[in-house]
Design a binder for this molecule. Structure first.
Ligand code: ADP
Ligand code: MG
Length: 317
């Protein structure tokens, strides 16, 4: 039930005035089949900490707010044409920033970062108290739409320790999507911070890529989209010309095996593979620093980034 009088004031979107009326109409017509196809469908979007932070590094904090505002516009547009967006966010660089400001030196065991109790507190404060709030606020400029939740809320993410030596870094043991389903049934946009908890109430920091995939599966999403700081999956990490516009699950398993997919790309690719095998139609990896990458992928024929599908589907198309 909304009590607001009339539609909200239009929000001015930079960069939308340079296109002529004919092109504008063409763009809308091209979007129509996609709007129809995705009506009522859940699209899980993982907004990476690096995509969020990339613009800050260049100059000032204003750029980060601008990137967030542009992302929020895309999400609200998706929702306005009948999709059900569900946001999962990261925040690694933002956690690192606060740790540095507090003078906390990261500890490593065999090259893996240790999350001690103090680090977990910092991670939780940054993810739940800052990054989550910033995204929720950016969306709610457009209307009362977004609700921020932590994986600890209503049993959303059950976690287990990955390795006791590494402290409070967890893996997803189970996802209970009830809370998310209820929020979406009320036409709200859930924004999830990826802290999970175990049966005793101990919190764990969990990789947001893995959580996004597990949530996409649990809610029966149609699409899973990763917004990161690179334009897609590359055969050669350093060479933009080697970006794959499409990839199948077995191709990607090969790329992980040979080490061509490495570091922060591994949990994304693993989650994409798993998600499309368990019923998510398509998974995408896009450059979240590119303005409106999300809209380009969803509403245009060309698409951007890398699209992942199962081997069977690739053959059928
Ligand atoms: P996010 O904050 O979005 O999770 P990550 O830094 O964890 O970002 O992961 C993205 C990074 O993965 C890229 O910036 C790139 O350095 C790295 N990467 C590793 N292998 C590949 C690959 N094959 N193609 C593209 N990027 C890759
Ligand atoms: Mg990452």
């Amino acid at each position: 039930m909304t009590t607001a009088a009339g539609p909200p004031e239009p929000v001015s979107i930079p960069g939308t005035h340079s296109v002529g009326p004919a092109e504008k109409a063409g763009i809308l017509v091209e979007a129509l089949p996609y709007i129809r196809r995705f009506w009522g469908q859940v699209v899980v979007v993982k907004y990476g900490g690096n995509a969020l932070a990339a613009s800050t590094l260049e100059s000032n904090g204003g750029a980060e707010a601008e990137a967030r505002a542009s992302f929020a516009t895309d999400v609200v547009l998706m929702r306005s044409v009948g999709m059900r967006p569900l946001i999962v966010h990261g925040g690694g660089p933002q956690i690192g920033d606060l740790m540095a400001r507090l003078g906390k030196v990261p500890e490593f065991v065999d090259g893996l970062r240790v999350t001690d109790a103090e680090t977990l507190d910092i991670a939780r404060m940054v993810l739940v108290g800052k990054v989550n709030r910033d995204i929720v606020s950016a969306i709610n400029v457009h209307g009362p739409l977004a609700v921020g939740v932590s994986g600890e809320d209503a049993g959303l993410i059950s976690a287990q320790a990955r390795d006791p030596q590494l402290g409070f870094v967890g893996d997803v043991a189970a996802v209970n999507p009830d809370l998310l389903v209820r929020l979406m049934a009320e036409d709200l946009i859930p924004v999830v911070a990826t802290i999970g908890s175990d049966s005793k109430g101990q919190a764990y920091n969990i990789n947001a890529d893995t959580v996004a995939g597990a949530i996409a599966e649990a809610v029966g999403a149609t699409k899973l989209v990763y917004l990161t700081d690179v334009d897609g999956i590359r055969r050669d990490q350093e060479d933009p010309a080697t970006r794959l516009s499409r990839a199948t699950t077995s191709e990607l398993e090969d790329l992980i095996r040979t080490g061509a997919v490495a570091g922060g790309m591994v949990p994304k690719v693993r989650s994409c593979v798993r998600a499309v095998r368990s019923g998510v139609r398509h998974a995408h990896i896009l450059d979240g620093r590119q303005a409106h990458a999300l809209l380009l992928e969803i509403f245009t024929r060309e698409g951007v980034g890398t699209m992942v599908s199962t081997d069977q589907e690739e053959k059928a198309e």
